[in-house]
Design a protein around this ligand. Structure first.
Ligand code: ZN
Length: 141
């Protein structure tokens, strides 16, 4: 499942961050997930907890916090930033779902609400990033 593949990648990245920082225990991992990833937040939090390696005591008491980052589009012509809902206006929900699934299709459905240009890019809401890893460092223990 999508959530599990992402969770596995996040857990590995969090462990690398803990290694780099010399942490002996990780208390919390904050993750930002783009709206376009189409994940279910609760399932993702569950998947993160399930993805902790059994032989990794540093993650035994880790709390995973997931925040969803709304999708935003930025016009390359006038630099206007807008959401898919802004741009779609009266378009059907089916269109919105299709675009969510394949953001590259957005250009076929609408233009910039400010200038009408179809030349825009997804400027937020695509990726999965770790915004913070909180832990106890060796010298504090
Ligand atoms: Zn524009």
């Amino acid at each position: 499942m999508h959530e599990y593949a992402l969770a596995d990648a996040v857990v590995r990245a969090a462990l690398r961050a803990a290694d780099d920082a010399g942490m002996v225990a990780v208390q919390a991992v904050h993750v930002r997930v783009g709206e376009l990833q189409q994940i279910k937040q609760e399932l993702f939090e569950f998947a993160l907890a399930e993805s902790r390696p059994d032989d990794e005591p540093r993650l035994a008491d880790t709390a995973f916090h997931v925040a969803v980052e709304p999708a935003a589009l930025t016009c390359r012509v006038c630099s206007h930033t807008f959401t898919m809902a802004d741009a779609l206006g009266s378009s059907s929900k089916d269109d919105l779902e299709a675009i969510h699934f394949v953001p590259e299709l957005a250009h076929a459905f609408f233009g910039c609400p400010s200038c009408g240009s179809p030349d825009f890019e997804v400027s937020a809401g695509r990726g999965v990033t770790i915004s913070a890893v909180e832990g106890v460092q060796a010298e504090d223990a």
